[in-house]
Design a protein around this ligand. Structure first.
Ligand SMILES: Cc1ncc(COP(=O)(O)O)c(C=O)c1O
Length: 399
């Protein structure tokens, strides 16, 4: 069979036929512990009964109408998201990149409303915001830019987790209208900023009336231990928050939420999406939010997150080549001193799905619903993998 799919991904040689909870089964019947959740998407695990039931029932009832009509499920979801986050309005789309595009449009329109002809958005080194032209420009990874120049104008970049640099940039750019950042950089290598960073960003934005735009595409929907990562920081409410990934547990849905200065910036005719917020996607997201509450999913994250990090610290104690072990809720990063992309393939052999970001950081994003046994299995398989890998490298470098 020829493969006529565009070769945009470096795919692993494995295909899955079904999933249940934290486990996936491949075409040969082999089982894998999914410690990646489709990259922070299937936060409730695979084939969660509440989501599956809601989707099946909605598919039999009504999948799609159009945003030219009222969509009660969309209104219900928007009300729920604003109530849960403290934000005021929601625009629905289908992906993280689209949620971020919406934020970028809000920032530019907000700038124009203040008489700024060429608005500037301040973005971060090491960030990831998506693959559309504006979001890849906002992304702080030269590999993502390569071959797609000219990039979109109107972005300036500062180091992440550096309030002085941000302050200087804000002073330097009178056209600045917004600061766009992730509460924890996922693709950038599970980079967790200092405890006072988001508060500082909020303060600087408020002083200059800049929009604080938080990309919670990866951190949102419970991933870091609270429904939204910003909720762990006192006195921080963003003006714009972007969501996708875990919101539909695999059903594509994205959302851009606005509050304060960002409210009502987009008016009829300014933005739209054919599929965005259709009944099927909204029904899935409602089931996800409901399940997180009723099944006390955040309690599970709180219970197991520290246990997992402590266990890694124990099993990898004294292992040369392990630079740091860090976590924000269920976003785990094990940074090695050497590049380790090949571990992803090696992990398949051990029956576990992992990821490597920023060349040297093993990233684990297990479903938020794993139990203690699964958590322990993850720790022992990944620790084994790391120790064997580092041993093999040490042997080679000596030989
Ligand atoms: C923080 C962040 N923003 C945006 C995106 C892009 O989301 P999507 O692939 O749904 O467009 C990602 C995807 O990894 C992400 O991690």
């Amino acid at each position: 069979m020829t493969n006529s799919v565009m070769p945009t991904y470096g795919r692993l040689d494995v295909a899955f036929t079904k999933g249940k909870g934290a486990w996936l089964t491949d075409v040969d019947g082999k089982q894998y512990l999914d410690a990646l959740s489709g990259i922070a998407v299937c936060n409730l695990g695979h084939a969660h009964p509440a989501v599956a039931e809601a989707l099946a029932e909605q598919a039999r009832t009504l999948i799609h109408t159009s945003n030219i009509y009222q969509i009660p499920l969309q209104t219900e979801l928007a009300d729920k998201l604003t109530k849960l986050s403290g934000m005021e309005q929601v625009f629905f789309c289908n992906s993280g990149a689209e949620a971020n595009e919406t934020a970028i449009k809000i920032a530019r329109k907000y700038g124009h409303s203040k008489g700024i002809d060429k608005p500037v958005i301040i973005v971060m080194d090491g960030s990831f915001h998506g693959r559309t032209m504006a979001t890849l420009t906002a992304t702080g990874n030269p590999k993502v830019h390569a071959g797609f120049e000219p990039l979109v104008p109107g972005f300036v970049r500062v180091p992440y987790n550096d309030l002085d640099a941000l302050k200087m940039a804000i002073g330097h750019w009178p056209e600045a209208v917004a600061v766009m950042l992730e509460p924890v950089q996922g693709e950038g290598g599970v980079k967790i900023p200092d405890a006072d960073y988001l508060v500082g960003v909020r303060e600087l934005c408020t002083q200059r009336q800049l929009l604080m735009m938080l990309d919670e595409v990866q951190t949102g929907i419970g991933r870091t231990g609270s429904l939204f990562a910003f909720q762990q920081v006192e006195d921080v409410l963003p003006d714009v928050m972007m969501l996708a990934k875990g919101l539909g547990n695999g059903m594509p849905i994205g959302a851009c939420l606005a509050s304060g200065l960002a409210t009502d910036v987009l008016q009829p005719g300014n933005h739209g999406s054919t599929f965005g917020g259709n009944p099927l996607a909204c029904r899935a997201a409602l089931a996800v939010l409901d399940t997180i509450a009723t099944e006390h999913v955040l309690d599970n994250v709180a219970l197991l997150s520290t246990h997992i990090v402590d266990s890694f610290k124990q099993t990898l104690a004294g292992t040369e080549g392990v630079k740091s072990i860090r976590s924000a809720g269920f976003m785990f990063g094990i940074e090695l001193t050497i590049p380790c992309a090949e571990l992803v393939q090696q992990a398949l052999g051990k029956g576990i799905l992992i990821n490597v970001t920023a060349d040297k950081t093993i990233r684990l994003l297990p479903p938020l619903v794993i139990n203690m046994d699964e958590a322990n299995t993850m720790v022992s398989l990944v620790s084994e993998l790391v120790i064997e890998f580092l041993d093999s490298k040490a042997v080679k470098s000596v030989a």
